[in-house]
Design a protein around this ligand. Sequence first.
Ligand code: R5P
Length: 236
Amino acid sequence: MSKEELKRAAAARALEYVENGMQLGLGTGSTAKHFVELLGERVRGGLRVIGVPTSEATRADAERCGVPLTTLDEIDRLDLTVDGADEIDPSLNLIKGGGGALLREKIVAAASARMVVISDDSKWVDTLGRFPLPVEVIPFGLGATRHALAAAFAQAGVAGEISLRQGKDGHAFVTDGGHWIVDAHLGRIPDPPRLAALLSAIPGVVEHGLFIGLAKTAILAGSQGLRIVDRPAGRV
Ligand SMILES: O=C[C@H](O)[C@H](O)[C@H](O)COP(=O)(O)O
């Protein structure tokens, strides 16, 4: 199976968590896109759901696929969010934001009774950090924010290059929320909850790509088939 077929297989399995009448968070990225397309097929077949997209890209995909949409202004709780990830560890802590959608993704996941993460099994890691950690920042005062980030990394016992993400036009990548993203090349994050707390305390940081204790279930597709992993009880 190709990587795209694996992603689609994970997305198809996630449909089994969807029930008629549910309010759904719709993730962002190439894996979540498969889920939105498959959900659209079910909606055209009569399934009644309503979705909140986590990015403008997902909004466009959902509209194209005929998935009815709402916002977290109109409803304040969701039953289920299905989203991809850049890395998943055995506690089901995640790195997200490779596509720049981490802020809306985290708001939507936190508003959901359940988050199911879908991916091909290449995203499964023993320890988070090989994938550069995205941190969404306010453009104002970027130098000071970078300094504070380096201090937070040192306090958490990690270090690495911090680079400002660039868009295809060669300028700073701008998120749907109008912010910038820096990617921290840390290699290994031994204590993700501790680093997450340190990053959240920095004034110029809008949000970071560590998703701690949010995913309840991971659906991993590999050459041997699908693997369903539930978050171990009591683990963040
Ligand atoms: O900002 C992007 C999201 O966090 C994505 O869910 C993540 O980057 C995984 O994307 P993909 O499914 O394309 O690997």
